[in-house]
Write a protein that binds this ligand. Structure first.
Ligand code: SF4
Length: 262
């Protein structure tokens, strides 16, 4: 484990010891987790409009279909995240701990050029302890494969790691309580691009009340990383006519990933 990662995991452990079990932070505001995530601002949203996407003429299909060329070579080095998973795995910092079957930490490659962030585990995710399984997960897998990637080349996580009862939206205090581990994950995964999935994820990461229909299709920044909001796969299952817009978002992501490293 590198010195940086050892320091980060140690900081998370200290943070849990200091802030203890079941502690809730003030709702509706971002906690200063610099002790966990290192220096720099926790949240510095900015918006960078980019050129309009070229619609995929093939996208009228029922699903995300066949893949394209691979856009981003990625190394897999999961050991450091395993350390973080171990530290956070027994978390009881918010009331969602009481109803979970499994804490859904997230999975995939680290480092990875691309990271997906949804809002929280659903029933199947809670039962299996894995993010994005079930029908929505299958669609996300197709979306990733349509980009020329695979699930094991990206990292997939959620804003909160435990299932909100009845699949309700996570409450601000729950989001705030869970934020340190998400920030630590971002530090370890070191993505070049984050794709937020759905309204809750985009509005939370951007600290915005703007509808997802107006946030998507444009570049934003979170934690110094380019962020593209798009629709949640579960929403796309209910509203398949929106797949075309989601595909436009993913094309912008593919373009970004093809750019040379800075
Ligand atoms: S949702 Fe996050 S903060 Fe709340 S108990 Fe689960 S892991 Fe801990």
């Amino acid at each position: 484990m590198s010195e940086d990662v050892r320091e980060l995991v140690g900081a998370v452990r200290t943070y849990l010891q200091v802030h203890g079990r079941g502690r809730h932070f003030a709702t509706g505001s971002w906690v200063d987790v610099s002790a966990v995530a290192g220096d720099g601002p926790v949240h510095a949203p900015e918006t960078t409009p980019v050129a309009e996407a070229v619609p995929d003429p093939e996208f009228g299909r029922e699903d995300f279909g066949s893949g394209t060329e691979s856009v981003a070579p990625t190394r897999i080095e999961a050991g450091d995240l395993d350390q973080l998973r171990e530290v956070w795995g027994q978390c009881t910092r918010c009331s969602l701990a009481g109803g979970r079957t499994n804490l859904v930490f997230g999975e995939g490659a680290a480092p990875a050029d691309l990271m997906f962030i949804g809002e929280g585990p659903g029933e199947q995710e809670d039962l299996q302890g894995r993010p994005f399984v079930g029908r929505a997960g299958e669609l996300l897998t197709k979306m990733i494969e349509a980009m020329g990637l695979s699930r094991d080349l990206v990292f997939i996580a959620n804003i909160v790691k435990c299932r909100p009862p009845g699949n309700r939206d996570p409450e601000p205090g729950e989001v705030t309580a869970c934020l340190p581990v998400l920030l630590a994950q971002i530090r370890l995964v070191r993505p070049r691009v984050i794709v937020s999935l759905g309204r809750i994820s985009a509005q939370t990461l951007l600290s915005s009340g703007t509808p997802i229909s107006r946030l998507r299709g444009r570049w934003h920044r979170f934690e110094g990383v380019d962020l593209m909001p798009t629709f949640h796969p579960a929403y796309l299952l209910r509203s398949p006519e929106k797949k075309k817009e989601a595909w436009q978002d993913l094309q912008l992501v593919m373009e970004k990933l093809r750019e040379p490293h800075a």
